[in-house]
Design a protein around this ligand. Structure first.
Ligand code: GUN
Ligand code: FE
Length: 424
């Protein structure tokens, strides 16, 4: 079936500029974009016509790093650095997910929120609990949103109320994969060692093997905080770097890999990232809250490293990726001034690209309006805050800075509306 979508389009093709088309038409065939055209195509009886005259139409947003069980903790504990914050706030909260009813309540609220803010694609951490992680997985399947969902692994250096044996961790992970792998094309399991300090070599070895065996992506944390890096170095004196520990176990680009934070990568690690399938996921709210530092995003891009953006709920306090896009620009400007490289900041086009196309492509042909991409988009009504006549590009900028979820009137995936997932 053919669908024609009418409206004012803004999207990324290239990282250097925002592509726009005012009063244009998106031609969609079987959920896939055939093209954007300026002239209204001749309509046939069987065509569906979606008239969003005057509305801004943009790609869905991609949150490439968030912790679903930390949603109740948003806004708490931000006077602490990473390791103390994990012990004090995060592990105690995550322990609660042995109760599946609690998990279900929180996860429904979270997925509703992701839907509301236009996050159509996500890389998500559950907890160590197999049952609650499968609940999270099933709720994503039910929502219709795209996601990669991981059961977290941790078999060392964790409190005794929140730790697994190596054997249980491997067995539960494989069971989680097998039970869920074929449930949906939009949701897939992702191998999720929490980070090196909480995973033994034996566990990481097994996880690398599971990633290869089931052809799964990997997600974890890397070079987020200086005490964390010192800890990794003391745990693995045999390794040249934090990244090399993962690499040694085939958890660093042997399969598509999302590494959260990547603030303090050395030259060697950057080379490795540029040459393998690793995406550095920038989480600016978290990095500010947990006093972690600033990822030099622009430098990574220049080195040819893939970069995406993440909320890192609840290290980060902002679920709305439009705001994450904005803070990524703002922090890059602080870094540029601080490093006396005033030109070396992220432009709006660059940051928008990272939050849409760069992340979306992790899931396939998503996150742009080029031919062959899935017809995934957000319809934005920005009339309430527009005062002057603006170009489509300026309206997109305005939405990122001052718009809110209330301005998103529809969310579409492959040409079909996605309704609010849960009635709670
Ligand atoms: N490193 C290991 N676990 C976590 C986590 O839950 N959040 C963040 N920000 N960093 C981590
Ligand atoms: Fe994280």
């Amino acid at each position: 079936m053919r669908t024609i979508v009418h409206g004012d389009f803004a999207y990324s093709e290239k990282i250097t500029e925002i592509s726009t088309l005012k009063g244009g038409y998106m031609v969609v065939e079987d959920g896939r974009i055939q093209g954007l055209v300026a002239e209204k195509p001749e309509l046939e009886d069987s065509d569906r016509y979606l008239d969003f005259e005057g509305r801004l139409i943009m790609p869905g947003l991609a949150d490439m790093h968030l912790h679903a069980p930390q949603f109740p903790n948003v806004g708490l504990g931000t006077d602490m650095e990473l390791l103390q914050w994990l012990e004090t706030y995060t592990f105690p909260e995550e322990t609660k997910y042995q109760e599946v009813d609690y998990a279900q309540l929180v996860y429904k609220k979270l997925i509703n929120k992701l839907w509301s803010v236009g996050t159509l694609y996500s890389g998500v951490y559950g907890t160590i609990h197999e049952e609650a992680s499968t609940k999270l997985y099933d709720l994503f399947v039910e929502s219709g949103l795209h996601s990669r969902v991981g059961k977290v692994n941790m078999d060392r250096n964790a409190p005794d109320f929140y730790v697994e044996t190596t054997e249980d961790s491997i067995r539960d992970t494989e069971r989680f994969i097998k039970a869920n792998l074929d449930k949906s094309e939009r949701v897939k399991p992702i191998i999720t060692p929490r980070f090196v300090p909480t995973c033994t070599a034996e566990l990481m070895q097994a996880l690398g093997e599971l990633a290869a065996k089931y052809d799964l992506a990997v997600q974890s944390h890397l070079d987020e905080n200086k005490s964390e890096i010192d800890w990794v170095c003391s745990l693995h004196p045999e390794s040249d770097s934090y990244s090399h520990v993962y690499e040694q176990f085939k958890l660093f680009g042997a399969q598509p890999t999302l590494m959260g934070h990547c603030i303090y990568c050395n030259e060697d690690e950057l080379k490795l990232m540029a040459n393998t399938d690793v995406m550095a996921v920038h989480c600016p709210f978290s990095n500010a809250n947990l006093i972690s530092g600033i990822m030099p995003v622009k430098r990574y891009l220049e080195l040819g490293i893939k970069v995406g953006l993440g909320s890192d709920i609840s290290g980060g306090n902002e679920v709305n990726m439009a705001k994450v896009i904005v803070l990524s620009m703002q922090l890059s400007k602080m870094l540029a001034v601080h490093n006396a490289n005033p030109e070396d900041f992220l432009s709006t086009a660059e940051a928008f690209y990272l939050g849409t196309k760069a992340g979306g492509e992790f899931f396939g042909k998503h996150g742009s309006f080029e031919e062959g991409y899935e017809a995934d988009f957000l319809v934005v009504d920005d009339a309430d805050y527009l005062i002057n006549d603006l170009t489509v590009q300026e309206r997109l900028e305005k939405f990122l800075y001052v718009g809110s979820e209330q301005n998103i009137v529809h969310r579409y995936l492959s040409g079909e509306v996605v309704e609010k997932p849960f009635d709670i």
